[in-house]
Design a protein around this ligand. Structure first.
Ligand code: AMP
Length: 476
């Protein structure tokens, strides 16, 4: 790997190359932002209603945090984690998921002394060196909810209810896939049964699954290859290996879900990919979509492997209990449960369902100016309008009125205010109604109430409602 100095040396004297977006990364342009704002607002609203407080942990953590929590024989750690040595020689990693960092923070900040369960949510970027595919990036975003410090099954059910309601209220039809994977001991028994089952069927497995068989046989169950899926259908089911306590817990979770009428599907093959899960696990699956509506691959991406099938099922997110994680990272024994949803995939669904996500607020007023004195006064008037709660825009660096009017048109404002030499002399302002094209001169002192009156016709009420007064501004 080249150091920055070596990169600079190699580039010296060569024709300049335009820097390119890294593979698997994505720019979110202004026109996309309204989806992100919408999702963020919905997440925050849901968190507030269910009393989850926001936590933000660093993007970079010790590599060992993830290895110890996610498990070293998982795809995330074996293939996908971005880890490197920092300048001090420590092995650090970009976070591939959110739970490990939250649990580290819970232990490090002594949150055990707070009322339990401690309910936290997060939203932000995560990193996995994944093969880029439709809806799969190397930097992606998740929001997640974690309830740490309580083992009651009602918590599992309420979290699933929350996640179900979240999607339902966005108009997204989803199913909750639910399973229990019990304790590590139960899983050990199950692992042996799986090995027995697959031993005679190894040749029918895909290459990846043959490797998984040696390392992490549970992962065979959610391989997307048709042949592997066929085999998985006949495989032993973990539910038959559960210990009594896990069984009882799971039955109670399902009873709560039933009594809240949360629709779910029992999925005996759902195991999730990370080692820290115990007991209840679940995933949120979007309704299948027809072939022609499956999102095309990002430009330049290699063909997806396995191919993205028409209507291919990919989870929006998932979660489950991780009752042993806090202890395994050095904290007190502390049961916990959480889930995470992938925001890129959620936004794909919102687009597919044509969900109305609201427009970014557009300005109502354009302040145009002519000449130096006009520019100065316009700059001040813009501030007054902005402080008064009007949505206002400008192009103060432009000199010509034509260029400014073009911009005002493009931004689809309702009124353009023009301050030129004549207006300066008369202490007036010219108001142009952009729809009718009618222009009218009004007293500068009366401009704000006049604008309020006119905007009211469009149903626009300025936010701060300063009663139509010019606001005091420091004099130049
Ligand atoms: P996981 O932690 O792997 O269960 O991921 C939870 C959710 O995050 C998935 O269901 C996806 O919606 C999303 N996700 C995971 N990996 C990626 C990725 N590489 N690109 C985009 N979204 C992802």
């Amino acid at each position: 790997m080249d150091t920055p100095a070596e990169v600079a040396k190699k580039a010296a004297g060569k024709p300049k190359r335009v820097p390119q977006l890294l593979r698997g990364m994505k720019d979110t342009l202004p026109e996309e932002q309204r989806y992100w704002t919408f999702v963020r607002q919905r997440v925050e609203a849901m968190a507030e209603l269910y009393s989850y407080s926001q936590i933000a942990t660093p993007l970079l953590e010790e590599t060992s945090l993830f290895v110890r929590s996610i498990g070293k024989e998982t795809d995330v750690i074996e293939k996908e984690i971005y880890s490197f040595e920092d300048k001090g020689g420590d092995s650090v990693a970009l976070r591939p998921e959110g739970t490990a960092g939250v649990v580290r923070a819970y232990i490090e900040h002594g949150m055990l002394t707070r009322p339990q369960p401690v309910k936290l949510f997060y939203i932000g970027p995560f990193f996995r060196y994944d093969r880029p595919q439709a809806g799969r990036y190397r930097q992606f975003h998740q929001f997640g909810f974690e309830a740490i410090g309580d083992a009651h099954p009602v918590l599992d059910a309420q979290l699933m209810l929350l996640v179900y309601q979240f999607h339902a209220e966005l108009g997204l039809p989803v199913t909750l896939q639910v399973n229990s994977i019990g304790t590590p001991q139960a899983r050990e028994g199950y692992r042996k049964a799986l090995l027995d089952y697959y031993r005679t069927r190894k040749n029918a497995l895909c290459e990846d699954c043959r490797l998984r068989l040696q390392r992490n046989p549970l992962r065979l169950l959610d391989c997307k290859q048709p042949d592997c899926q066929l085999l998985a259908q006949e495989a032993p089911q973990i539910i038959d290996f559960l210990d009594e306590a896990s069984n009882k817990h799971f039955v109670q979770v399902l009873e709560h879900l039933d009594s809240m009428e949360v629709p779910y599907v029992l999925n005996p093959r759902l195991v999730r990919g990370l080692d820290y899960y115990t007991g209840t696990v679940f995933e949120v699956w979007p309704e299948e979509r027809p072939a022609e509506l499956v999102e095309p691959l990002p430009e330049g991406a290699p063909p997806a492997e396995p191919p993205v099938k028409p209507g291919a099922q990919s989870a929006l997110g998932g979660g489950g209990r991780y009752d042993l994680l806090v202890e395994s990272l050095g904290g007190q024994p502390t049961p916990a449960i959480g889930f995470a949803i992938g925001i890129e995939r959620l936004i794909l669904e919102l687009k597919f369902r044509d969900t109305k996500v609201g427009q970014e607020p557009t300005p109502d007023i354009f302040v145009a100016q002519l000449g130096d004195a006009g520019r100065k006064k316009a700059l001040r008037f813009f501030e007054e309008l902005r402080r008064g709660g009007f949505r206002v825009t400008e192009a103060f660096s432009k000199d010509g009125i034509k260029a400014q009017m073009e911009l005002a048109n493009r931004r689809k404002v309702k009124f353009t205010l023009i301050i030129g030499q004549k207006e300066i002399m008369d202490d007036t302002i010219l108001i142009r109604d952009m729809e009718s094209g009618i222009q009218e001169t009004v007293d500068y002192q009366k401009a704000i109430p006049e604008l309020q009156k006119r905007l009211l016709k469009y149903g626009v009420v300025e936010k701060n409602g300063n009663g139509g007064q010019h606001l005091p501004l420091p004099t130049a």
